[in-house]
Write a protein that binds this ligand. Structure first.
Ligand code: ATP
Ligand code: LTN
Length: 329
């Protein structure tokens, strides 16, 4: 049986944190052999909020370098930059014409992000962001989309648009499914474990993939927990549960193994060991990222070849969509 087509992407808009790594990249790497993968640096999504052009360029490279450093193999998976394949923007326009204002107004990410900038000031691009994301997904006949939990509403819209298009114009798109990890789909903020870890929060909230060992240790030691003492995976103790989840995902151990290991130990022990574990995993990742950042020619070659392969895959779908709409091709 043919492998399922998987598509996912991350915005090159600032630092990546361990929520992005554990919620998205780590599960991409785990599923790499099982699926036909396309991993994109979604720079057109990043510019829906203001970006400094120089920093954006650097972040595009850094995001791609992070995919590769984490274990995405460009010979096995397609790795490319969204703006290098114009079919994304083109399909987004076509899908715009079957999307309603009401649907986009209900998107919680738009509501959150547009409120931050003050009413009426959000860009049309920010409003339209989910349609571009649907285009990313549908362009390749994607069947599965591995993301963190915050993106499920957007994948729902992609499903709705696929079904609507198929219904109006004849079967064209597979209806994509979201893939969420059982654990790790929603890593919480270290300073506030009731909200998801986010790069737009204060630095105490997240561990950036670029944080130094000292900073990682300080942030973990200061992470908010309750006043309990036993170390158990209890979802009601949000701060502790989050630290244990991070421990689990970086160590690959089961809940039972971890609880046994920490039996009779305190929160301080857990935090110290977690800091060692995270530092032990992120240090080699940082070294590999820097290796790619110093080798821009290699990075450019990988991304150019990825864009070529992606464009070749996208072409027949885009042509079919135009033809079905009656745009004589
Ligand atoms: P942020 O809130 O940090 O700005 P985002 O969701 O807007 O993040 P991206 O960097 O594009 O921005 O997210 C990339 C991927 O990381 C997505 O699949 C998203 O679901 C996932 N992700 C983001 N935050 C978390 C988190 N706290 N836990 C798990 N997955 C996350
Ligand atoms: N909106 C996503 C990034 C994204 C994406 C995609 C994810 C853009 N296009 C297509 C999966 C599939 C986010 O994580 N903020």
């Amino acid at each position: 049986m043919a492998k399922k087509v998987v598509f996912s992407g991350i915005q090159p808009s600032g630092v990546l944190h361990i929520g992005n790594y554990l919620g998205a990249i780590q599960q991409w790497v785990e599923g790499q052999a099982k699926y036909d993968n396309i991993f994109c640096v979604v720079d057109l999504h990043a510019i829906t909020v203001p970006q400094d052009p120089k920093e954006l360029t650097d972040n595009i490279y850094r995001t791609a370098a992070t995919y590769l450093a984490a274990g995405i193999n460009p010979r096995q998976s397609i790795v490319f930059v969204q703006s290098q394949v114009p079919a994304h923007a083109e399909l987004a326009w076509l899908l715009n014409t079957i999307t309603t204002m009401g649907e986009l107004s209900r998107m919680t990410q738009f509501k959150d992000k547009s409120q931050k900038g003050g009413s009426g000031r959000a860009s049309v691009g920010l409003f339209d962001y989910p349609v571009l994301m649907a285009a990313d997904i549908l362009l390749y006949g994607t069947q599965a989309v591995p993301v963190g939990e915050d993106q499920t509403q957007h994948v729902e819209l992609a499903r709705d648009l696929a079904q609507r298009f198929n219904h109006r114009f004849g079967k064209t798109f597979p209806v994509p499914e979201v893939i969420l990890r059982k654990s790790g789909a929603r890593i919480m903020g270290l300073d506030d474990p009731t909200k998801k870890m986010s790069k737009s929060a204060s630095p105490a909230n997240y561990i950036a993939l670029t944080d130094s060992s000292d900073v990682i240790r300080k942030k973990i030691m200061r992470a908010v927990t309750d006043s309990g003492s036993t170390i158990k995976f209890d979802p009601k103790r949000a701060g502790l549960h989050n630290l244990l989840t991070i421990y689990q995902l970086f160590s690959g151990q089961t809940e039972a193994q971890i609880e046994r290991h920490f039996a009779g130990k305190g929160y301080g022990d857990l935090k110290r060991e977690l800091a060692d574990l995270v530092i032990g995993k992120l240090t080699p990742l940082q070294t590999k990222i820097e290796h790619y950042m110093k080798n821009k020619r290699l990075l450019d070659a990988i991304l150019k070849s990825g864009a070529k392969r992606a464009a070749r895959l996208a072409h027949p779908m885009l042509t079919e969509v135009k033809r079905k709409l009656g745009l004589a091709q």
